[in-house]
Unconditional design. Structure first.
Length: 108
């Protein structure tokens, strides 16, 4: 994630204040309340790990990473992006991998 995006997201959060949250945060919580989790399949492609959602009800989420830790971070960011949630609200969104060896993501 670029420094410009991080600064922009922090400015948005500062302007909205702590009392206001993006609509996407509500939508994200509702999605996980109804569907429980989003599962991903991953495969190697030219030395990069590519993950594609298997059961996302609003289309597909596709992202990649150079290793498992990077992929995990990018999947969480992709989920936030799909719901139009600035990355500065990642803590409030609380998206986490479910299970140690799982490629399923839900609310923590």
């Amino acid at each position: 994630m670029s420094i410009v995006k991080k600064i922009k997201d922090q400015l948005i959060k500062a302007l909205y204040g702590k009392e206001s949250v993006p609509r996407g945060l509500f939508d994200l919580h509702e999605y996980f309340r109804i569907y429980k989790q989003i599962n991903f399949d991953s495969h190697n492609e030219d030395g990069i790990i590519v993950a594609v959602s298997k059961d996302f009800k609003q289309g597909s989420i596709v992202t990649s990473g150079i290793n498992r830790e990077d992929l995990d971070k990018n999947i969480k960011d992709a989920i936030l992006t799909v719901f139009s949630i600035p990355s500065s609200y990642a803590k409030e969104a609380a998206v986490a991998r479910v299970g140690e060896n799982s490629e399923a993501y839900a609310l923590a």
